[in-house]
Design a protein around this ligand. Sequence first.
Ligand code: KIV
Ligand code: ZN
Length: 524
Amino acid sequence: MDYSPYQSVSKVRIFDTTLRDGEQTPGVSLTADNKVEIAKSLDRLGVDVIEAGFPVVSEGEYDAVKRINKLGLSSQITALSRVDKADIDKLIDCDISYGHLFIATSDLHLQYKLKISREKALESEIAGIEYAKAHGIKVEFSAEDATRTERDFLVKAFREAERVGAERINVPDTVGTSTPERFAELIRYLKSQIRIPISVHCHDDYGLAVANSLAGVNAGADQAHVTINGLGERAGNASLEEFVMAASRLYSIECRIKTKLLYETSRTVSKLTRVLLQPNKAIVGENAFGHESGIHTHGVLNMPATYEPMEPELVGASRRIQAGKHAGTHGVYSQLKSLGFNLTSDELKKVVQKVKEIGDQGKPVTDSDLDRLAREISGLAKRDSYFKITDLAIITGINTVPTASVRLAFGNNDSTTTAQTGVGPVDAVLKAISQVTDRYAKVTLREYRIEAVSGGTDAEAEVLVKVEDDRGNVCSASAAGQDIVMASVYAMMSGINETMLRRSRQDGNQEIVRPAQTIAAMTS
Ligand code: KIV
Ligand code: ZN
């Protein structure tokens, strides 16, 4: 389906700053190894430029930039530097051939942060660019806080950059205060004043970063600074995945990004930065292609375009139908079918009824709940688990590193014992379980929630987990009990077993769901 009202701009370059502005997200700090791994996935994704970091900030950052620059990736590597000699020397030491140099230009920043005059700022800018150029570095010059800079002075700063040889200018909306109309007008004006190419760099403080970036590109900028998952200072930067998909699908502006790798890249960045994605995040959030309400699931199952503006596969994601209080028979039927059940319409109605009852109690309906309900209602035997926990011991206390030792049985004959330490008993035991199960399928814990169902020290707790495997299968499971460690273990085991079942079905194995009678016949 083509939604594009514009045809004027046809291409945009993607400058990814996940490893620089993205890493400036409060609380995020990546090791050099993490940064190298992310740089490689950005390169596979097809970004034009990777801003690898800000070398002057620490030794580790300097090493990471140096290593990334030496990887021989197809993406061009850049790094950030103030217009100061000491910063630029770090770029030179890292052998960076394309430097991102900046100085603030708004009176607010000059007066209260840098405490220098406009003239002094221009002097430093010129000296910095000239120094970098003299060392063979191509320069992209950013006027920090450009959108709050007095217009004539901003033009002057950019003209000077052009005059002394900068290859490109960047227009940052540093605290996200611009609007699409104002930003487009600014870019159009700069375009009429400056001959070198223009980048845009928008922050999301008012939720307008992607809209402003698109407006800037439609007004003549040919490169957008973006980050995976919209990571960045405060509310973040324009999100790469949202910008790329909106540019291509809504404005017919193309770029080199292999969109099928968006979901996977987003997960890699989320895992390494430890910043969880909000479920309703556009394009890559868990609910971006999730449906619960009966009307929506019915529509999507008949014709995906009714409630899906793009095919999930296009971004490497998959559709997810969620059972819950709003669910209808079509959605529950399709979910059960994907779990391997073929229920009669009476049985199906009963499952839907139970699903709604759980929803009315304010609880989510997990995949393992659905499996259990379908079995109870249709009289099928309890499913065989892939993994069973047969022994478990945990030590924790003061001056003791929490340690868990578990014995897991896989199928009938294979069984393994392993031990792991963790920050607490739950962490230790879940790590020990994963150490064994990872040999069969890489399943990662995506979400862990614990709720007290009743009060007191003997309260019943409910643990809800969401796990995801390396094929992108997301399974939810829960378990309740007075022992929160054991409830966590059972929830995790249930999530992993559910995932194994799904993988087995995807591999064409239909043997897992066995009617009770068959099992009775086998054991008699
Ligand atoms: O937001 C900003 O102004 C920046 C500059 C360093 C380009 O990140
Ligand atoms: Zn920024």
